[in-house]
Design a protein around this ligand. Structure first.
Ligand SMILES: Cc1ncc(COP(=O)(O)O)c(C=O)c1O
Length: 494
């Protein structure tokens, strides 16, 4: 540890910008193998004292390094190195046992070294995986201890979910999504797909026929599959720059449900403006159509202020809101929540909307509990203690930094256009051709980088331009840089 402080100090005194000096040096020490994954960093106080600089200088450097994915800082815990030369398949060149101040290997060529060394490693930039490992270990363990400490009961699980977690979810929605539903409107599901399957089954029973869902084209194919396998049918509606094209929707013939991602259209990234939201809600109320809002990644907004949920505007009781913990924490928890539309007088509702809340509740009770109760206890603990809020604050910074890196790297690269960068944790990159998304993705896979193609999201041929969808939630900044280089190379090769 002391050696580490000294090594950083040697470099820093020669830097004009001390923060930049610390950052550059730590990067270099990871690349050259002097620092390894898991190594503790000195405390910001100790390093600042050692270097004779303000603590804020070191804090800023650590934040930068954390945002770039070199180290991981955690409130109340020792910061640790998370990227390492070993992870890139490099031999360590630093003599960890005997290095002394003054005989450090040069740290001047990190980019070239990392590029060469990383070639052996597969970088998974397919969308969908957030920065799962960024959660504070202390908070994570405390949540699971709370689950283990919960009293054992001889009881059947509540199919709606524990009232504790549902109340935490309702309060969280009030803080972050602009509406705070009553507890009896909130129930749990095992992920968005199970929520969509639940709503489809409820409608099938309720209407006595297969419900018709209008879905975004391009859109979330997994959700569409869930609707179909629960006995619903789907009709693709084209999009424009503001999301689902409402003229095309009303021309599509009668539908029972409109399934939308209004805050960050998946995958193209548009935000539905408030005027269109109001128009959609008015149309839904007039036609008795249920609007299902898939609010999958709205916690991450990189530009502008947060956009309230569509449910926050819903005075007519037509919106069924679905959110979850797959993007904020970990998709493997398999926990999402459904917020039923607010009750309106029976004579004011029609079609699929009339009686929908009761139908979904009855179906949930018939299906039974789907989220393991220890998972619910752990999640409620993360929400109640503010651990999730702290985690979101941290990963939001990381994602914003990565997003800016993508924008900067692709800016001015002829023919490439990055989209969907206003929020979330994926980017869409399109080009005018001639290469297709499949061809570019295959070339990138040849360089060890996995991405999804934009074409995979389209229901009708030609509904998307040639492009790829690149997830940046779960990769480090060096990995992201390599993915972007591979992308540029793959498009140019076409
Ligand atoms: C549009 C969309 N909705 C929802 C989800 C979350 O799905 P689940 O809750 O089943 O993990 C995702 C995950 O990638 C998504 O892209």
């Amino acid at each position: 540890m002391v050696r580490c402080v000294d090594q950083i100090g040697v470099i820093v005194v020669d830097q004009s910008s001390k923060t930049a000096g610390v950052v550059a040096r730590v990067r270099g020490m990871v690349h050259d193998g002097t620092l390894h994954e898991g190594d503790p960093m000195p405390s910001t106080r100790a390093l600042a004292a050692e270097l004779g600089v303000a603590r804020g200088t070191v804090v800023a450097a650590y934040e930068q390094l954390d945002g770039e994915g070199w180290i991981r800082t955690r409130h109340g815990a020792v910061a640790r190195v998370v990227a390492s030369a070993g992870a890139f398949g490099m031999a360590s060149v630093g003599d960890r046992g005997g290095a002394v101040v003054g005989d450090l290997p040069p740290a001047s060529d990190p980019g070239a070294t990392a590029m060469a060394a990383a070639a052996a490693r597969v970088i998974d930039c397919r969308p969908g995986i957030p920065a799962v490992t960024a959660i504070s270990q202390r908070d994570w363990r405390a949540a699971w201890r709370a689950a283990a400490d919960a009293p054992l009961r001889n009881a059947v699980a509540d199919p709606l979910g524990t009232s504790d977690l549902r109340a935490q979810v309702a309060a969280q929605l009030g803080l972050s999504r602009g509406f705070a539903p009553a507890l009896d409107r909130v129930l749990l599901a095992a992920g968005t797909s199970e929520a969509l399957s639940l709503v489809t089954e409820a409608l099938r029973m309720h209407l006595g026929r297969a419900p018709v869902f209008a879905v975004e084209d391009p859109g979330y194919r997994t959700g569409q599959r869930a609707v179909r396998s629960a006995g619903g049918t789907v009709v693709g509606i084209p999009l424009d720059d503001d999301g689902m094209d409402l003229d095309a929707l009303s021309a599509a013939g009668p539908v029972d449900v409109v399934l939308v991602t209004p805050t960050h259209q998946y995958p193209l990234g548009s935000v539905m403006p408030v005027v269109r939201r109001q128009r959609l809600l008015a149309w839904a109320a007039a036609t008795g159509t249920l609007v299902v809002e898939d609010d999958y990644d709205s916690e991450f907004r990189h530009r502008g202020s947060p956009v309230p949920a569509l449910a926050a505007l819903d005075a007519e009781g037509v919106v069924l809101h679905v959110g979850g913990f797959s993007k904020t924490l970990d998709p493997r928890l398999r926990c999402s929540y459904v917020v039923l539309p607010a009750a309106v007088p029976a004579e004011q509702s029609a079609g699929a909307v009339a009686g929908i809340a009761e139908a979904v509740l009855a179906t949930r009770r018939a299906r039974g509990a789907v989220v393991a109760e220890p998972v619910q206890v752990a999640l409620a603990h993360l929400l109640r203690t503010g651990a999730l809020r702290r985690h979101l604050g941290r990963v939001r910074r990381d994602y914003t930094h990565r997003r800016a890196r993508i924008a900067a790297r692709l800016d001015g690269v002829a023919g490439l256009e990055a989209r969907a960068l206003n929020g979330g944790l994926h980017a869409v990159v399109v080009w005018p051709g001639p290469a297709t998304g499949q061809e570019v993705a295959a070339r990138m896979a040849g360089s060890g980088v996995l991405v999804s193609t934009l074409e995979e999201y389209g229901m009708t041929p030609g509904s998307t331009p040639a492009g790829i969808v690149l997830g940046y939630g779960a990769v480090t900044v060096p990995e992201l840089d390599r993915a972007l280089d591979a992308l540029i190379g793959a498009v140019r090769d076409g």
